[in-house]
Design a protein around this ligand. Sequence first.
Ligand code: B1M
Length: 226
Amino acid sequence: MVEEAFARLHEAVLNADEEAAVKATRDLLDAGAEPQAILERGLTEAMTELGRRWNRGEAFLPEVVAAAEIFKTCSDLVEPALLARGGRKAGHLVLMGTVKGDLHDLGKNIVTAMLKTAGFEVSDLGRDVPTERFVEEAARLRPKIVGLSALLTTTMLEQRTVIQALEAAGLRPDVRVMVGGAPVTAAWADEIGADGYAANAAEAVEVALRLAGAAAQDTGGRDTDG
Ligand code: B1M
């Protein structure tokens, strides 16, 4: 039953069939499937396959737009179940956003949901976030971590711009920067002076926990917000 529902979800996203996707998602939740598996194995794998088809000229922008809407609808259905698994007290604040010029936010939203599950507080600035906004909010909220998502080879350059702007504003010593997104690599993260890189949402939690621990040590062991 669960395997069959995963297959239905995959097909429904590829075919941009909202009704079938919502039904399959509900069936998976009812059957007790892991919320993270629904997000990663169900929705993300289907979206990645759609991206491959798009590259090969076998899928077109309207289908991708429709599939992205369905992805959002289904992940919103899954999020309460995901958060219910957490239950740990929020300890560290993460400021999160997709960088300027980039409208891709599905992956950033999954990372945000997974961080919340792991006990992080997340202030999500959304997508197409201007560099100045990251700096203003970092100065105002004093997060432990700033998370920068980018999905385009052109916009990943903005990750470096934000890091430089945080440096220029004198905020860099107090904040750890985590970067991610499909074109981003560990080598790129090193090159631009980010503190951490994660390939997927599960890794992002591990990296954020490590970075928050390091930030707490730097501030004399204090690990509360602020
Ligand atoms: Co766009 N798009 N898109 N797109 N899109 C890509 C990225 C592309 C690879 C597709 C392709 O190959 N043709 C290509 C980029 C090529 C490149 O730069 N080399 C591309 C392009 C070209 C474009 C447009 C320029 C198309 C056009 O208009 N002609 C345009 C750009 C708009 C803009 O941003 N200014 C565009 C638009 C769109 C849509 C709006 C239609 C839609 C986005 C809808 C939305 O996000 N709300 C869309 C989509 C859906 C895709 C693909 C098909 C799927 C992306 C996705 O959501 N994947 C994508 C193809 C692909 O990536 N293979 C593609 C699912 C998501 C869960 O995975 O985002 O990778 P992902 O997130 C993962 C990890 O990367 C990681 O964890 C997540 C969960 O595991 N991660 C982090 C992400 N952020 C992280 C942050 C972290 C840590 C980990 O720490 C902070």
